[in-house]
Design a protein. Structure first.
Length: 66
């Protein structure tokens, strides 16, 4: 296990490093709404979090369940 990984609390999409879309879900897991921002600091944080997760990912072909 690798410590030091911080991820945003909500599902998100980043478009062209310029637009961040947060997806919000209700308590049943159904999509409820989205929120759009162009806040560069938030976009940078979410992009960095995605890169950190991707760096730790296991290729599908190499994955072996425990």
């Amino acid at each position: 296990m690798t410590a030091g990984l911080v991820t945003p609390p909500s599902d998100f999409w980043v478009f062209d490093s310029a637009v961040l879309v947060w997806n919000h879900f209700n308590g049943d897991g159904e999509w409820a709404d989205n929120e759009v921002t162009t806040d560069h600091a938030l976009i940078s944080q979410c992009s960095a979090a995605f890169a950190a997760v991707w760096e730790r990912a296991v290729d599908h072909g190499d994955y072996r369940p425990s």
